[in-house]
Design a protein around this ligand. Structure first.
Ligand code: ZN
Length: 376
């Protein structure tokens, strides 16, 4: 029997006061999910529990059967893999945000506030060969990567994540990094010079490198679980996870990693992957993005769309029995806009099953066991 996990990022939520305590999941119209719950079960669990961070990286690795001792230390390396790039053991990769500071040098945005995606893309071209020692790779919006020769000093520095350092002095936050490497100092000086042309009133843009990481060897999905798998997703970090675990990660042309994504394409590619692989994870990111924007209506609408545009046609045409899990990775609260360790819904069912399917889902291990168990 084949297994499909539909990972709805940040599915769980807090009770919404304006909805008398209903959540986006309970508010959404999802008759197909209800059908699956009738065949199987609905449970509520926390994937991150109390021992790993409530983020996509850790929680999705966990759902793919990776033990926590094998988790990579941070995201930059996986984001690089998602770009079909890799580094050797003699190199390293850093994340690099476009940030802005006020006239007093205090960090006022970690995401290039005030610049459009297009502007940031155009801007990034000027950094691609700024200095010969540091390669600049633009991802999207304010997010970029730097690749440079491995430097143990730089790897040891824990530059504070910009989104956790609002209001602090940017020069102080970056001082240690700047002092640790000549190449880095030169790069930061040159980028400041170029960014001067974008300054507005009392605000200056700067590049903010942080989160250095080096090559991380990971076990393959097949080694871990004894079956081959594919991961259908557009979100870069999740694509990086799939590549690091040597799963198939098919290219998508019309997906956006947000609520305006093309669900039809995701369905077509998921079906194609299910023809070849006994395990498929299909990831939807829009729910998490909407919750970060405090847009609980958008989150509920997107859950309804997944039910109608993905699940309904999939279940209608499913000829072979399929083991299905629908769950989130962590809770994303539309009230606070943040990830939490709370419990989120998990649906487990077998389509065309023999009807006496009974299974308990009490923790993430039960999900992994349910998905990976031998076909019977
Ligand atoms: Zn998130």
């Amino acid at each position: 029997m084949r297994s499909l996990i539909i990972l709805i990022d940040g599915l769980g939520d807090d009770p919404i006061p304006a909805w008398n305590g209903q959540t986006p999941f309970s508010r959404a119209f999802h008759p197909q999910m209800d059908r699956l719950i009738q065949k199987g079960l609905l449970s509520r669990i926390s994937i991150c529990e109390n021992d790993v961070a409530p983020g996509s990286l850790t929680c999705i690795l966990r759902l793919l059967g990776v033990p926590k001792e094998r988790f990579p230390e941070n995201r930059a390396y996986l984001e690089l893999l998602a770009q079909n790039r890799d580094v050797s053991e003699y190199e390293m990769v850093l994340r690099c945000n476009v940030i802005s500071q006020d006239s007093g040098g205090r960090l006022i945005s970690f995401n290039g506030m005030g610049l459009s995606s297009k502007e940031m893309e155009t801007m990034s071209r000027q950094f691609s060969s700024l200095t010969p020692e540091i390669e600049f790779i633009h991802l999207s919006d304010y997010r970029n990567l730097l690749v440079m020769n491995r430097n143990e000093k730089v790897l040891k520095i824990q530059t504070a994540p910009p989104h956790e350092s609002m209001g602090m002095q940017v020069n102080e936050l970056l001082a240690e990094l700047k002092a640790s490497s000549l190449e880095m100092r030169l790069f930061m000086q040159e980028s400041d010079r170029i960014l001067k042309q974008y300054n507005r009133n009392d605000m200056a843009y700067r590049l903010y490198p942080w989160g250095a990481s080096c090559r991380t060897e990971m076990p393959s999905f097949e080694e871990l679980n004894g079956i081959r798998g594919a991961l259908v997703c557009q979100t870069e970090i999740v694509r990086g996870i799939g590549k690091a675990l040597r799963m198939e990660v098919p290219e998508l042309s019309y997906c956006t990693a947000d609520t305006d994504t093309n669900i039809r394409e995701k369905l077509a590619v998921t079906r194609r992957m299910l023809e070849t692989y006994p395990f498929v994870m299909t990831h939807f990111n829009g729910t998490d993005e909407a919750a970060h924007r405090h847009d609980y209506e958008g989150k509920a609408d997107f859950i309804s769309r997944i039910d109608r545009e993905f699940l309904e046609p999939l279940l209608d045409k499913a000829e072979e029995p399929l083991r299905i899990i629908i769950c989130g990775d962590h809770v994303t609260s539309s009230v606070t806009g943040k990830h939490t360790r709370g419990k989120g819904p998990v649906i487990a069912a077998e389509t065309n099953g023999n009807g006496h399917f009974v299974q308990q889902i009490l923790n993430y291990k039960d999900i992994v066991n349910f998905l990976m168990k031998e076909s019977d």
